[in-house]
Design a protein around this ligand. Structure first.
Ligand code: GLN
Length: 387
């Protein structure tokens, strides 16, 4: 029984009105309730974190348990600037253009709160990572979702038309939940439109090291884009430390100066011991990143083949660790997900949670888990097939 409200009026602000809780995290709780194998929320297994990065965090608890300055540990900001210069050829001043946030989601929300005025149009591609929808609402922005479900391509005409009426474009690349990697020519088109319409681009590049195609470039490598872009990224997926909550916002000084105002007064600083460990993480050799992508590519192939073998219809991703999967029959996606948990013991996320409105005819599997766990989930699907 919910506790009766002592108030005679609704207490939620307009800013949160109608907002639903995260379906991704709800599916994780549902998985726990039914003892299902969790292939819903993108969580890696514990032993995936490089041991020397974990050790650095343990050591740092003894020496560094107080606040860092609000923009982040200087040594970490310097290391971030060095690595991003190597990786993407873009230089960011660690003093004024690199901000360490409490996870990448905070980077996105702080950026939108700082740069989006009420009523400003914010473009994002749908299906979309679910947290952009509330982030736009927090900022009072006007959502402009552009559907890429069929073909996973940016439609030039729709983007041009939408951009004329927008001030911000959110670009998640590689893309969650589809695993899509936009082609360099699509990104060039985005850059042209952004320049023509004077858009600020907010990229979420949390899967930047989990790509399986040579065709991948970071948006900031495209001529002219870095100057109008806030890159939101972080440690969670690259070093398998999703619970540490260390994100990075990289942006030219005029954009960084604004987002830092929100960051300063909301999170003060990201957890200090984990920032220290971040210096260690960002110092890992280059083959760490090659091995990481190769390891997820193997898991992608196992899941893809296995899902096809049990009569499902997955789309093979070029990046990130999610797989959009269609299923036979005409039950809606939420019903199918719930039945998968209860009858097959495997948790996924219903596709509809990645749209501003409406239902979907697919579910999202993650292959962030280790190979034995993915194999065990496939066995359960095979043995408990109801579709
Ligand atoms: N990014 C991860 C996912 O898409 C987890 C984030 C979350 O808890 N919503 O599953």
């Amino acid at each position: 029984m919910p506790t009766p409200s002592p108030f005679s009026r609704p207490v939620g602000s307009e800013r949160v009105d109608g907002m639903r809780e995260s379906v991704i995290r709800e599916m994780t709780r549902e998985a726990h309730r039914h003892d299902a194998i969790n292939l819903s929320q993108g969580i890696p297994d514990e032993d995936e974190t490089p041991p020397r990065v974990k050790q650095a965090a343990k050591d740092a608890i003894d020496t560094s348990s107080q606040y860092t300055i609000t923009w982040g540990l200087p040594e970490l900001r310097e290391t971030i600037a060095e690595r991003y210069a190597d990786w993407k050829g873009v230089s960011y001043d660690p003093e004024t253009e690199v901000t360490v946030t409490t996870g990448t989601s905070e980077a996105v929300v702080s950026t939108l709160l700082a740069l989006c005025d009420p009523g400003d149009g914010v473009i994002y591609f749908e299906p979309t990572y679910e947290s952009y929808i509330p982030a736009v609402q927090f900022a009072g922005g006007r959502p402009i979702p552009l559907d890429i479900t069929d073909g996973l391509e940016i439609d030039a005409d729709s983007l041009k038309e939408a951009a004329a009426d927008a001030s911000i474009l959110i670009l998640n690349h590689p893309h969650n939940p589809t695993g899509n990697v936009f082609t360099p020519s699509e990104l060039e088109f985005v850059a042209d439109v952004a320049a023509e319409e004077d858009l600020i681009v907010v990229t979420d590049e949390i899967y930047e090291h989990i790509v399986y195609t040579d065709d991948y470039v970071s948006p900031v490598e495209i001529d002219g884009l870095a100057g109008r872009t806030v890159v939101c990224t972080g440690m969670s997926k690259t070093y398998s430390v999703t619970g540490w909550r260390v994100g990075f916002a990289l942006a030219p000084e005029p954009l960084s100066a604004e987002l830092r105002k929100v960051h300063d007064y909301t999170s003060i600083c990201a957890p200090t011991p984990f920032q220290k460990a971040g210096v260690e993480a960002l110092s890992l050799p280059d083959d760490y990143y090659t091995d990481l992508a190769a390891s997820y590519e193997r898991r992608r192939d196992i899941l893809y083949d296995g899902l096809r073998d049990v009569g499902l219809d997955p789309v093979k991703p070029d990046g990130a660790y999610y797989m959009l999967t269609r299923y036979p029959g005409d039950v809606d996606d939420t019903e199918f997900s719930l039945r998968l948990i209860r009858e097959a013991g495997v948790a996924t996320v219903p596709g509809s949670s990645f749209y501003t409105e409406g239902t979907a005819d697919w579910v999202r599997f993650t292959f962030s888990r280790n190979e034995p766990t993915i194999e065990a989930a496939l066995t359960r699907l095979d043995e408990n097939r109801f579709w």
